[in-house]
Design a protein around this ligand. Structure first.
Ligand code: E4P
Length: 218
């Protein structure tokens, strides 16, 4: 399973990169706004900076909602760097845009996925990645992980090549359960990735090893 970090914050991207396990980055308009990145020139420059930091797939989301706007933006984003993956929302125009840019050798991440039907449509359109939003489904008192498992089963049966990118991860346990459910990729806040490191028995065990070593060598 690939690990992407879900942020536009360069410090956090660098920290995730330094861990040595990072395969890519996802962003969205909210994450860009959170970093104060505004205006087309600054947005494109920020994506370029991310591409220079991480040698992996970098999802950059279109803002346009009509077909023409999406393909124009998609082409401009794809020109920034070969690792850019154009993130397109699951709408009627979005599906048509995914088909068009895919046919023009631009890779896509179909975002805002909340049902298996949407997942089938995105795969048919040729999306490279599919982003079901686990945390937002859980927020509605449904089970986001169940959706990942359902999509994984459908994609296996149908032989779809689209990679399932579990998004809207809120906890380290989401990462583990997404892996169990068959996700190809998880995109997570840095805190959830770092949360995977933690176990009190690891801390207790290490303290004991170090204490025994010190005692034996003093
Ligand atoms: C990533 O591609 C998504 O945009 C992101 O994971 C959404 O996460 P959120 O539901 O925490 O905003």
């Amino acid at each position: 399973m690939k690990f992407f970090v879900d942020t536009a914050n360069l410090e956090q991207i660098r920290e995730a990169q330094d861990l040595g396990i990072l395969d890519g980055v996802t962003t969205n308009p909210s994450l860009m706004a959170k970093e104060g990145i505004t205006g087309e020139v600054n947005v494109l420059a920020h994506y370029k900076a991310i591409c220079e930091l991480v040698d992996g797939d970098i999802s950059a989301e279109v803002i346009g909602t009509d077909f023409e706007g999406m393909i124009k933006e998609g082409q401009a984003l794809a020109e920034i760097h070969e690792n850019i993956v154009v993130k397109v929302p699951m709408t009627k125009d979005g599906v048509t845009a995914i088909r068009w840019v895919t046919d023009h050798d631009i890779r896509t991440n179909c975002t805002l996925i909340f049902s298996a039907g949407q997942a089938i449509l995105a795969a048919k359109a040729g999306a490279t990645y599919l982003s079901p939003f686990i945390g937002r489904i859980d927020d509605m008192n449904w089970d986001g992980i169940e959706l990942i498992a359902q999509i994984a089963e459908i994609y296996t049966i149908q032989g779809y090549q689209t990679e399932i990118l579990a998004a809207s991860i809120r906890t380290p346990l989401h990462i583990v359960r997404a892996a169990e459910a068959g996700a190809d990729v998880v995109t997570c806040p840095l805190s959830s990735i770092l949360g995977l490191l933690k176990h009190p028995l690891t801390d207790i065990g290490l303290a004991q090893f170090l204490a025994d070593h010190k005692k034996a060598n003093s």
